[in-house]
Design a protein around this ligand. Sequence first.
Ligand SMILES: NC(=O)c1ccc[n+]([C@@H]2O[C@H](COP(=O)([O-])OP(=O)(O)OC[C@H]3O[C@@H](n4cnc5c(N)ncnc54)[C@H](O)[C@@H]3O)[C@@H](O)[C@H]2O)c1
Length: 382
Amino acid sequence: MSKPLNIGMIGYGFMGKAHSNAYRQAPRLFELPYTPVLKAVCARNADKVKPFADTWGYESIETDWRKLLERKDIDAVDICTPNHLHAEIAIAAAAAGKMVLCEKPLAMNAAEGVQMVQAVEKAGVANTVWYNYRRIPAVSLAKKIIDEGKLGRIFHYRAKFLQDWTINPEVPQGGAGTWRLDVTVAGSGVSGDLLAHCIDTALWLNGRIDTVCALTETFVKERKHALTGQVEKVGIDDACTFFGRFENGSLANFESTRYARGHKALYTFEINGEKASIFWDLHDLHRLQYFDHRDEGKLRGWRSVHVSDNSGEHPYMDHWWVPGLQIGYDSSFTHQVADFLINLGKGQPTSPTFREAYETQLILDAILQSAKTQQWVQVAKG
Ligand SMILES: NC(=O)c1ccc[n+]([C@@H]2O[C@H](COP(=O)([O-])OP(=O)(O)OC[C@H]3O[C@@H](n4cnc5c(N)ncnc54)[C@H](O)[C@@H]3O)[C@@H](O)[C@H]2O)c1
C-alpha cells in the first residue's frame, strides 16, 4: 500500500510546472511506497497562483511561504523560487521538520550552502537538490559505463552549456523572467545557473575537482532594472570558462555563456578515457555516443546508442514505452521524484543531497574567486 506524501510547493514558474508534472507522472509509471499529494502551492500573488493550482490539481494555495511551513498537513517542501530564497526557506522548512526538495543551485554561495546542509542534517529530514540531468537515461547510462570501468583511466572531461538569450542589451535585469541577470537574486550568472549543472554531472561521473583556473566576462556592463526602472551595474558573469584538475588526475575544461548566438540550451559533455570515450548532447538527449578502442579495427568508430531498451539494460526505460521510443527532458524530473520516494521508503538518501550539492557550491566559489584574482584556486574540501 502506497502512503500519501503531502507536497507544498513554493514558486509556480518554469520549475513549478516541471515538478508538478513529475509529481503527477511518477506514481503512474513507477511502483512507489509513497504517493505525492499536491496539497498546496505558494506564490505571492493569489490571482496568479490560483489558475496554476487549478491546472495541476493543487488542493489549496498560500501567498506567504512561512504560512505554508506552519501547516501540519505538509510533509515535504519543494523550493522552486529564485536562488536568493533557497537558504532562508530551506533552513526554516528543516526547522519545521519538513523534508526539503530544493532547486539548484543549492545556494547563492558556499557560506549559505553549508548552513543549509547543517539545517537538514540537524533536523534529520530527507533532502535532495534538483540536479535533474543526472536522471536523463543516457546520462545515467554514462554513469553505469564509467562505473563498470569501460573507459579505463580518464584523461579529459569537457563540458559546455551555451545559450544566447541575453545578447540584446535591452533585456532588463531583475523582476519576473529576468531575475537571473540580477546578482542580488541569482548570486552569480552563467556559473551558478548553467555551469552548476555541468559541475554536478561531472562530480557524479568523474569525482572531485581539486583545483580550478577561471575566466569570466560581463559583456553588457549596465542594464535597466525591471523593478526600479534605473540603469544599474550588472553584477553577474555573462560567460565563464574554467580549466581544472580532477582528483583522479584528469583535466577539466568547462565553458558556459549566454552569448553563443544560435544556441538555446546546448549542454554537451565528452569524456575521454584510455580505452573508450563517451559524448552526450542535450539536444539529442536520448542518445549516448560511445567509442571503444577495443573494437575490431575495421569496424571501429563512434556508436550512437539509442537509449530506449526496456529490458533493464538502459536506466529507467523499463518504466516507459517499447524499445525504439524515446522520452524527453520532463522525464528527468519524474525520475527524481520516483527515486526520492523509493529511497524514502528504504530510509535512504537521494543523491544529490544538500551535502553533495554543496560540493558544487564550493567549486562555484573557487571559480569566481579564481576569475577575480586571476590565480589558480584550490577547491575547499566540504
Ligand atoms: N533543474 C533545472 O534544470 C532548472 C531549470 C530552471 C530553473 N532552475 C532553478 O529553479 C529555480 C526557479 O527557477 P524558474 O526558472 O522556475 O524561475 P521562474 O521565474 O520561472 O519562477 C520563480 C517562481 O518563484 C516565485 N517566487 C518568487 N519570489 C517568491 C516569494 N517571495 N514567495 C513565493 N514565491 C516566490 C515566482 O512567483 C515564480 O512563480 C531557480 O533556483 C533556478 O535556478 C532549475
